[in-house]
Write a protein that binds this ligand. Structure first.
Ligand code: HH2
Length: 288
């Protein structure tokens, strides 16, 4: 039986595999699961884990549940949130990054501040997750210095301004063009890049659904793609449910992401996502 290869992926060669903290990520072979570790008092669904010991324990649980890598964040980016200084962000994440990197866990650091990325990479993180889509040119310089890849996420505006009146003539084409530009920019600097359409960042309900419907059209040649839908507001809007009851809605998006060739899913509910991905990969990629 022929493998069901997502349409857009057929047009592109498989991205080259990446090596992160000694582990190979063979894009296209299967879907990888990124567990979310927010070391913040105010993240929208899992804030309140400021104690390093509790954060480390939670990360280890996610690894045991099947996470391939952990995304450590020290600043909430939920719409309208107050920012924190680099110093505060570093105090929150560095002890956690050091402890988890010592255990050989592959870590990304969720920050748009080059100084925070630099210190976290020194402490053992393997890649940068920049929700501002590489807006600060210093971020690529940091990545290049450490030979670390970056995740370039799409966002109009900033977390403080993004929810006000987002406008797109054609959201899918505009997000794809922005991702292509960010990827070109990173590659010109010699930095590996993963793209992410930035679900929920400066987008309306309709924008989010259109992007999810057309993930196939958002691939950028040679770049793996990450998707972050976990427990987000658009699921709550559809189901009328609070953040702690959005796991089934999240898993619907995870399965559909696999069918459209997404390479990494960023989730809070790792056990459920690992199981969903294994079944979806077996169907879509013939991977058992
Ligand atoms: N979403 C959030 C944060 N970082 N990074 C990428 N690459 N893609 C995403 O979709 C994404 C992200 C928001 O979710 P969360 O971390 O759960 O909440 P908060 O920003 O409030 O800490």
């Amino acid at each position: 039986m022929p493998l069901l290869v997502p349409e857009t992926k057929k047009r592109f060669p498989k991205p080259e595999p990446w090596r992160l903290a000694g582990r190979e990520f063979d894009w296209g072979a299967r879907t990888y699961v990124m567990g979310i570790l927010n070391v913040t008092p105010d993240s929208f669904s899992d804030g309140g884990r400021l104690d390093p010991e509790a954060a480390i324990a939670h990360a280890l649980r996610m690894i045991a549940d099947g996470a391939d890598l952990i995304d450590v964040g020290g600043e909430s980016t939920r719409p309208g949130c107050e920012g924190v200084t680099a110093q505060v962000e570093l105090e929150r994440i560095l002890p956690v990054v050091r402890a988890l990197a010592d255990k050989g866990i592959v870590l990304s650091v969720d920050t748009f501040k080059p100084e925070v990325a630099d210190r976290a990479l020194h402490a053992g993180a393997a890649l940068i997750n920049d929700i501002s889509g590489l807006r600060d040119p210093e971020m690529l310089a940091v990545a290049k210095r450490h030979q670390a890849p970056v995740i370039a996420m799409h966002m109009q505006g900033t977390p403080q301004t993004m929810q006000r009146d987002p406008r797109y003539a054609d959201v899918v084409s505009e997000v794809r063009e922005a991702l292509e530009a960010a990827a070109r920019h990173a590659r010109d600097m010699g930095v590996q890049v993963m793209v992410d359409p930035g679900i929920g960042f400066g987008k309306t309900q309709e924008h989010n659904l259109a992007l999810l419907r057309h993930l196939n059209r958002l691939h950028v040649a040679g770049c793996p793609m990450l998707l972050g839908t976990s427990r987000k507001g658009f699921i709550g809007n559809l189901l009328g449910l609070p953040v702690n009851e959005r796991v089934e809605g999240t898993m619907a998006t995870v399965a559909l992401a696999v069918s459209q060739g997404v390479d990494v899913v960023r989730v809070h509910d790792v056990k459920e996502a690992s199981r969903t991905v294994r079944v979806a990969d077996a169907i879509v990629r013939g991977k058992q």
